[in-house]
Write a protein that binds this ligand. Structure first.
Ligand SMILES: Nc1ncnc2c1ncn2[C@@H]1O[C@H](COP(=O)(O)OP(=O)(O)O)[C@@H](O)[C@H]1O
Ligand SMILES: [Mg+2]
Length: 370
């Protein structure tokens, strides 16, 4: 009992103003107060202890959290590194996809170059014969020389040289095109004849695929709109899109023809056309004016279940070594960067149709540099 309470108690004993009963009652109150004080002290002590343990627990939690934060920071660094590695791996894959399509083109290119080279060889051989004839004529005495024949020979020679020059240039254009394909895109848009671009890539990929698989045969049909205007595109990039789509189409028809269905005709066709909006005020061509390139095949089509996935990077149904799954995703990005659209229509019996829509007028420099 506290000193104060004990003092009150002894004062109470000495007091004569209160009766014995009253004194006992006050004593009971004092005892109750004392009890209350004792329990309160006990509770306070307990609270203090709880407080101390809580502080210790809190400190431990803070330490643990700190460790976790450090671990997360380390994971972040690793993740960042992994992301960078992945990016590097992806650009390497894009490059190898480019190289793979270059491989596909090589046989086609060889075939294309052979043709002008044959001309160059033939015309130069013929020219040598003409020179020999001319020499014979020039060695004759003046009175026997046939001036008319000499002129004719010289004319033929001049014509042959023009032809040799023409075919030589054609060969260097083909080589230039090949180099352009393997180089990083310049990212520069130039007015391009879409029909010529489609035709070039169709022929190159056809000969390329034929060189790989000699038994393979497919009919290819072109329906080019002769009134197609030149449009501003990055030719190497759109060329790659066309090449990817043609390569997929050839693959699809050659797989189907391996099944040996009676009367099956592997066919690939390319169609180009204008999709014009009505002429704007003053007869100006406007925003809604597009050209479309459609590449369709009589392959087995694309099942509904995977239709949504084909444009995803790395999605492929082809065996390892035959597909990277990058062709369509890259093509999609290139067309989008030109302000256009790439869509697919497919039907199990009639194969597939991929449609590229490109605007006549595209903003300057909005192309990708892949
Ligand atoms: N013309 C087509 N006919 C049928 N399936 C196609 C055609 N084009 C693309 N596909 C499907 O889309 C997938 C992805 O094509 P792509 O991105 O070019 O990658 P890859 O050709 O390397 O597989 C192909 O694996 C195939 O399943
Ligand atoms: Mg492909």
């Amino acid at each position: 009992m506290t000193q104060n309470l004990q003092n009150i108690l002894s004062l109470l004993e000495q007091s004569e103003a209160l009766s014995i009963e009253k004194k006992n009652q006050v004593k009971d109150w004092i005892k109750e107060i004392d009890k209350y004080i004792v329990t309160t002290e006990f509770k306070l002590d307990r609270t203090e202890k709880v407080k101390r343990t809580t502080v210790i627990l809190l400190e431990e939690t803070i330490e643990e959290l700190d460790l976790k934060r450090k671990a997360i920071e380390e994971t972040n660094v690793t993740l960042q590194k992994t992301l960078e590695d992945l990016k590097a791996a992806q650009s390497q894959l894009i490059q190898s996809e480019k190289m793979a399509s270059l491989g596909e083109l090589t046989a086609g290119i060889a075939h294309e170059i052979q043709n002008p080279l044959n001309f160059v060889n033939n015309f130069s051989e013929v020219s040598n014969e003409l020179i020999a004839e001319l020499k014979v004529e020039s060695l004759k005495v003046e009175s026997e020389r046939d001036k008319g024949l000499e002129d004719e020979l010289l004319n033929d020679l001049a014509q042959n040289l023009t032809k040799i020059n023409h075919h030589g240039k054609r060969a260097s254009d083909i080589v230039k095109g090949m180099l352009e394909h393997s180089r990083k895109s310049t990212g520069k848009k130039e007015p391009t004849d879409i029909n010529a671009l489609c035709d070039e890539y169709l022929r190159l990929s056809y000969h390329g695929l034929k060189a790989k698989d000699n038994d393979f045969n497919a009919t290819f049909e072109t329906y080019f709109d002769p009134n197609l205007p030149k449009i501003d595109i990055i030719p190497q990039d759109i060329g790659r899109v066309i090449l990817n789509l043609i390569t997929n189409a050839f693959y699809a028809v050659s797989e189907r023809s391996k099944k040996g269905e009676a009367g099956y005709e592997p066919t690939i066709s390319i169609t180009t056309k204008r999709v014009d909006s009505p002429l704007g005020s003053g007869g100006q061509r406007g925003k809604g004016d597009n050209i479309q390139i459609s590449i369709s095949d009589s392959g087995s089509g694309i099942p509904d279940a995977i239709k949504d996935k084909i444009f995803q990077p790395f999605f492929t149904t082809k065996p390892t070594g035959k597909g990277t799954g990058l062709g369509l995703s890259l093509s999609y990005d290139i067309v989008k960067a030109h302000g256009g659209e790439l869509k697919v229509e497919t039907n199990k019996r009639e194969g597939c149709e991929f449609i590229i829509t490109l605007p006549y007028q595209t903003k300057q420099n909005d192309g990708p540099t892949l």
